[in-house]
Design a protein around this ligand. Structure first.
Ligand code: TPP
Ligand code: DXP
Ligand code: MG
Length: 623
């Protein structure tokens, strides 16, 4: 069959088990070839092929609502719902997102990108369904790592007492991006491997095979399961939530999956269906991957596998920051490192190998990560919390209430700050300055090169006086092997280009310092470039010095709550009438795509900055 010709999943209901299995293999091959060409989320989608085909065989989307938690594993769903042709331009500007998006399809009733929202959303939809006296099914497909995040537990707790039926499918591949962590994960492993469960599963599965209807199977096996529940499941989380549980079911056995889905479809109450899958199924290198190398991939050669590009002279910001933290950890044993499930993305692998006693992966639990850091700090440790800017939004109150209010010495590394590109609106790190500026005691830093980053980290550790935030993008920077040990004056800005007679000043920070310097120097413009490397506190001397020039503040964050807005407030409070232009993101979400294109559509390209500078120069000439 030509996968790209699939318009909707209705055809599945005419297929027999063998045909469904053959189709699954074709879809798996399509995903391998397509994602290895464009990049995207690879192993999660390879592992969920049969489950997604079986769901669309048993349920009737779009009337039945199928929600994928996070949504990075919804490629099979998108292929079955008429979007296969778009995979040539997956996650590119103007084409389909890598997550469920409601504007894309009626088959996407929900959308996400951040983890652990599916069950809460599903309960809301199911409640509305019953209030409207409607009767469709609501299915939330949740990965084992997403299941272990706070919001999932809040929702499960509520679901146990709610009369609005939701089918929760736990897609358990025992992997987060890298190895899953935590007590809950260990409990799932016990279920997955317990002898009692193996016996029941084998018998249960054969009972299910013989049955004609799911309900009879369910009734027939209920007694056995209650027995098993007493022995194996009694202490399992699901039993504690007073939620019914069915499984574990082999997530690559089409017949078993269909039987199980038909059973849960007929039940008159909420249920957790536990499905065991293999992340990366069908591509051995991905199946064996425990480090997250095949979770999110760039384009790669399937015959060779993902080869981590060795950046001889360049490195990602994450690497530069992690390398310097590691360098300090050798010297100072009070430094601890925390990550909420992003060891690979935050390049912390070496630190976890070298300092296992002082490195903590807390799973998808940004709230816990931040307050855990606060606890370490009050007890005399110096925590480095590495967290993506957009994921840190989950920990707003913990940073505010547990860290800043107690004014605890620590360092928060906000990775993926600014526009991230293909992950799109849920992942752009464009809100952190807005949410941090209002929080007292927090010091916000944005380095423009490795040396400045290392000096900032040294400053935070040496002064040991406040919570410091250092924000850096997904971009690459020049790699220096030598580490620096000196510090910076907190709140000091830096004159990259400065002449007293210049009438226009560009204020930038982070990656954009180099861009602005290039624009000014390549066009030979009489314009100052100021590196506002401390977003908070600002450099008040510098603010006064440039206040008689025409100031252009350029940043790739939301304008509301930006550095520019803080500067305008400062000048207003100090009764200085200053000409200011603001180049930042307006009151909307930025879609997915390559960064140059996104900058262009946001009027934030280097060309846009050049145009703004020329306008300001003209205005100054005329005045
Ligand atoms: C709040 C939040 N934190 C972190 C992430 C990054 N993230 C995306 S997928 C993922 C792992 C998901 O594992 P699981 O739920 O088991 O799904 P699988 O990929 O194994 O199918 C993580 C940590 C996120 N999307 N949202
Ligand atoms: C789905 C998800 O949230 C993560 O996989 C994220 O896409 C990782 O982003 P990076 O690729 O920037 O590490
Ligand atoms: Mg998983």
């Amino acid at each position: 069959m030509n996968i790209e010709e699939i318009k909707n999943p209705q055809f599945l209901k005419q297929l027999n088990i063998n045909e469904l299995e053959d189709l699954s293999q074709e879809i798996r091959r399509f995903i391998m070839q397509s994602v290895a060409t464009t990049g995207g989320h690879f192993s999660s989608n390879l592992g969920i092929v049969e489950l997604t085909v079986a769901m669309h065989y048993v349920f009737d989307a779009p009337r039945d609502k199928i929600i994928f938690d996070v949504g990075h594993q919804s490629y099979v769903h998108k292929i079955l719902t008429g979007r296969a042709k778009e995979f040539k331009r997956l996650r590119q500007f103007g084409s389909i997102s890598g997550f469920q998006r409601r504007h894309e399809s009626e088959y996407d009733p929900w959308e996400a990108g951040h983890s652990s929202t599916a069950i809460s959303g599903a309960i809301g939809i199911a409640t509305a369904r019953d209030l409207n006296h409607d009767d469709y099914n609501v299915i939330a497909v949740v990965g084992d790592a997403a299941m272990m995040s706070g919001e999932s537990f809040e929702a499960l707790n509520y679901l146990g007492s709610s009369k609005h039926k939701v089918i929760v499918i736990l897609n358990d591949n025992n992997m987060s991006i890298s190895k899953n962590v935590g007590g809950f994960s260990n409990m799932l492993s016990d279920i997955r491997t317990s002898k009692q469960y193996k016996d029941v599963k084998d018998n249960y599965t054969s009972w299910m095979m013989r049955s004609k209807t799911g309900q009879r199977v369910y009734d027939a096996t209920k007694k056995v399961k209650d027995k098993v529940k007493e022995r194996v499941l009694a202490d399992s989380a699901f039993a504690q939530f007073d939620l019914d549980y069915i499984g574990p079911v082999n997530g690559h056995d089409m017949e078993e999956l269909i039987r199980a889905l038909e059973t849960v479809k007929e039940l008159d109450h909420s249920v957790i269906l536990h499905v065991i899958t293999t992340k990366g199924k069908g591509y051995p290198l991905a199946e064996e991957d425990k480090s997250g190398l095949y979770h999110g991939v760039g384009p790669f050669d399937l015959s060779k596998g993902v080869i981590k590009p060795h950046h001889l002279h360049h490195q990602m910001w994450s690497e530069a920051i992690a390398n310097h933290i590691e360098y300090l950890m050798h010297e100072h044993d009070d430094i601890c490192v925390i990550t909420p499930a992003m060891i690979a993305g935050s390049q912390l692998g070496d630190i976890f190998k070298k300092f296992p006693a002082r490195s903590f992966d807390v799973g998808i639990a940004e709230e816990h990560a931040a307050t855990f850091a606060a606890g370490l700090s009050v007890a005399g440790k110096f925590p480095f919390l590495a967290v993506y800017s957009s994921f840190s939004q989950r920990a707003y109150d913990q940073i505010n209430h547990d860290i800043a209010r107690m004014d605890l010495p620590c360092l928060i590394g906000l990775d993926r700050a600014g526009l991230v590109g293909s992950d799109g609106s849920t992942h752009h790190g464009v809100f952190d300055i807005s949410y941090l500026l209002a929080i007292p005691n927090v010091i916000i830093m944005a380095p423009h090169n490795q040396y400045e980053a290392e000096r900032m980290i040294n400053t935070a550790y040496t002064l040991h006086d406040h919570p410091y935030v250092i924000r850096y993008s997904k971009g690459m920077i020049h790699k220096h092997s030598r580490h620096v040990t000196n510090t910076l004056q907190v709140g000091s800005w830096d004159e990259i280009v400065y002449k007293k007679e210049n009438k226009v000043t560009v204020v930038v920070y982070g990656d954009h310092v180099r861009m602005a310097k290039n624009v000014v120097e390549q066009n030979n413009l009489p314009v100052n470039v100021i590196n506002a490397r401390f977003i908070k506190p600002m450099d008040e001397e510098m603010l006064k010095e440039i206040s008689n020039t025409h100031i252009i503040v350029y940043e790739t964050v939301m304008h509301k709550g930006s550095l520019g807005s803080a500067m305008a407030l400062y000048y207003e409070e100090h009764h200085r009438n200053v000409k200011m232009d603001f180049m930042a993101i307006g009151d909307h979400y930025v879609t997915h795509g390559d960064i140059p294109t996104l900058l262009h559509i946001e009027n934030l390209s280097p060309e846009d900055l050049l145009h703004k500078i020329k306008e300001a120069l003209d205005e100054e000439r005329k005045s």
